[in-house]
Ligand binder design. Structure first.
Ligand SMILES: *Cc1c(COP(=O)(O)O)cnc(C)c1O
Length: 370
């Protein structure tokens, strides 16, 4: 059985009836940028995250950039983030003029190693950007404690972690601000680019909203220069409908993950379980295999699509060669970049599809033919 990596068509079939009339109504209302649809989604998403404010923006990368700029991060500052994330995280830091400082990841959780974080702090450090990678909450207890001791800002990169939890709190409610991407393939995704910043700080929310809209205080009156990065009404309509399904989709992802866990344990492969007292939302289901190139090719031959997140840890990228990092500076991220493999994961994946993936994977790691 062929299994795709994600299947957005299955989701559309389920949403079509509810979504199409709302899209038509939004077009007929004639408000394409901002307006009621955007305000409604923003208030629903803020409530979902358990914070006071949500500012819809153009995409997740801009959300990070705008949050950092809103907090006053600028040239001369250093901002610490994880070595193993998508480049958008570090790009957003560089966009503010600040210097990116990478730290290695924890070998068990794949999220920022808090001991490495402590060592990376200097007098120039202004902020920490932990990433809830793959949908697994970072160690926010330790990170927010360290940040408070050193008076640093925390901006969560929650682009892969809509609905993830630690205790009774959602990811997105721990930092001074948190950033979400609604890229189509994310757990909550639009039909195009979109993103949001959430925060409990009303002044910060106001500043970010202005920054995202040319620093505007009134039409053609601008307090400072900003950028154009706004959430459009059609995306807000799509996101608002999808938000009402998110809990159900997350539970389905978690059910699929449990089935993977059992099969992977039998194969002796690492299982990406929950953090204690936390809720992993499985944006990606990631394990590690020896001889990955061959395993991935065998799976592909069996019709199983997989991904690699990410094949080159950020400090090892050509884009960051000027930082003069060495592979040895990031032993875990550098080793894992050759072993990580992401298996098909989406809410509509069936138990039969997961069986097919696991059978093909068992054959591939044994070096047997399926
Ligand atoms: C997707 C993603 C982003 C960027 O979001 P865009 O909406 O694509 O700009 C940032 N950080 C992480 C970890 C992501 O996965």
């Amino acid at each position: 059985m062929a299994v795709p990596f994600v299947d957005l068509k299955a989701q559309w079939a389920d949403l079509k009836e509810e979504l199409l009339p709302r899209i038509v109504a939004a077009i007929e209302a004639g408000n394409f940028i901002g307006g009621r649809a955007v305000a409604d989604f923003e208030s629903h998403f803020a409530a979902y995250c358990g914070v006071g404010h949500c500012v819809g923006v153009g995409n997740g990368t801009d959300a990070l950039y705008l949050a950092l700029r809103g907090l006053g991060v600028q040239a001369g500052d250093e901002v610490i983030t994880a070595a193993n994330t998508f480049i958008a995280t570090s790009e957003a830091i560089s966009m503010t003029g600040a210097r990116v400082v990478f730290v290695d990841c924890d070998p068990e959780t794949y999220t920022m190693d808090v001991r490495a974080l402590t060592t990376a702090i200097t007098p120039r450090t202004k902020a920490i950007v932990p990433v809830h990678l793959y949908g697994r909450p970072a160690d926010m207890d330790s990170i927010t404690r360290i940040a408070a001791e050193r008076q640093l800002f925390v901006v969560e990169d929650a682009a892969q972690a809509h609905g993830a939890m630690l205790g009774a709190r959602r990811c997105g409610s721990f930092g001074h601000a948190a950033c979400f991407s609604f890229y189509p393939g994310k757990n909550l995704g639009g039909y195009g680019d979109a993103g949001a910043v959430v925060t409990d700080d009303p002044e910060l929310a106001k500043r970010i909203r202005m920054l995202a809209n040319h620093g505007r205080i009134a039409k053609y009156d601008h307090e400072f220069e900003g950028v154009n990065s706004r959430l459009d009404a059609l995306q807000a309509v799509v996101l608002d409908v999808k938000l009402s399904r998110l809990e159900d989709w997350t539970e389905r992802r978690r059910t699929a993950a449990s089935q993977y866990h059992m099969a992977l344990r039998d194969m002796g492969l690492p299982v990406p379980g929950d953090v204690e007292g936390g809720r992993h939302v499985y944006h990606l289901y990631v394990t590690r295999v020896p001889d990955r190139e061959r395993v991935q090719a065998e799976l592909s031959k069996a019709g199983i699509a997989t991904g690699i997140h990410y094949p080159i840890a950020l400090p090892n990228l050509t884009a960051y060669r000027q930082l003069n990092y060495r592979h040895e500076d990031f032993p875990v991220a550098s080793r894992y970049q050759d072993e990580l493999i992401s298996l098909p994961m989406f809410p509509e994946i069936t138990s039969e599809q997961i069986d097919s993936v696991c059978k093909a994977l068992a054959c591939a790691i044994d070096g047997r033919r399926p």
